[in-house]
Write a protein that binds this ligand. Sequence first.
Ligand SMILES: CC(C)(COP(=O)(O)OP(=O)(O)OC[C@H]1O[C@@H](n2cnc3c(N)ncnc32)[C@H](O)[C@@H]1OP(=O)(O)O)[C@@H](O)C(=O)NCCC(=O)NCCS
Length: 200
Amino acid sequence: MILRPDNRVNLKRMNEPIPTSEEPITEIEQSYVVRELRLTDVPQVEQIARQWVRFPPETGPVIEEEVQEMIELMQESIKLQNNRHYFVSTDKAENVVGFVCLADLEPKMQQFSTTENPIELKNLYVQQGKRRGKGVGSALYNFAKDWSRAKGYTEIILNSGPRYKKTGWPFYQIIIGDPIGMLKDFYGPGNGAPVWREDL
Ligand SMILES: CC(C)(COP(=O)(O)OP(=O)(O)OC[C@H]1O[C@@H](n2cnc3c(N)ncnc32)[C@H](O)[C@@H]1OP(=O)(O)O)[C@@H](O)C(=O)NCCC(=O)NCCS
C-alpha cells in the first residue's frame, strides 16, 4: 500500500481526541499545522490566492475582483459576520502555506446533497512550491472533514472549476475518487465543474 501524506496524517491522529477549533493540531510531516484563520494571516493568504486566482491558470493576470471578494469574505468571517469558516496551514515560523474555506451549500450544489446536513468546501489553495509531496492540501482537506464531522455536518461537497483542471481535479480524483456529477456551464458557457462529495 502506498502511504500518502493524507494517510500519514490520519494514522498519527488515530488515537487523538477531536480537536477544538482553537488548537493547532494537524501535524503534516511534523512541519506544518492547521488552525483557524486569524486577521494577521490575511496578507499571506492573499498572496497565495493571487498565485492561483488567474486566467489562464498560473500564467495569466490575477482576477482582482475575485481576490478582493475572497478577502472581504474572510475578514467578515473573522468578525463572525457570515457563516464561513477558514483554516490555514502554517509552518513552524507561522508562515501560511495554504488555506481552505467551509461554507453553506450554494443553491446549485443542493441537487448533489444526499444527507441532512451538508457543508461545502471552497477555496482550497496551497502556496506554489509547497504543493505535491508535502501533504499540505490533503491535510487541509482532512482537517476540514474532521472539523465538519465534529460540528455535526453529515457530508462534504465541492466543485472545482475548469481553471483547476490540471491542479485540483487530479487531486480530488486521488483523495476522493470519481466525481458524482457535473455542474454544466457553472463558470460560464462551456465551463462546467465536476462535483465531489463524501459522507462524514
Ligand atoms: C490542489 C491542491 C490544493 C493540492 O494540494 P497539495 O498540497 O499539492 O496536495 P497533496 O500534496 O496533499 O497531494 C496529495 C496527493 O494528491 C496527488 N496530487 C496532487 N496534485 C496533483 C496533480 N496536480 N496531479 C496529479 N496528482 C496530484 C498526488 O498523488 C499527491 O501526492 P504526491 O504528489 O506526494 O504523490 C494544490 O495543488 C493547489 O493549491 N492547487 C492550485 C489550486 C487548486 O487547484 N485548488 C483546488 C481548487 S477547487
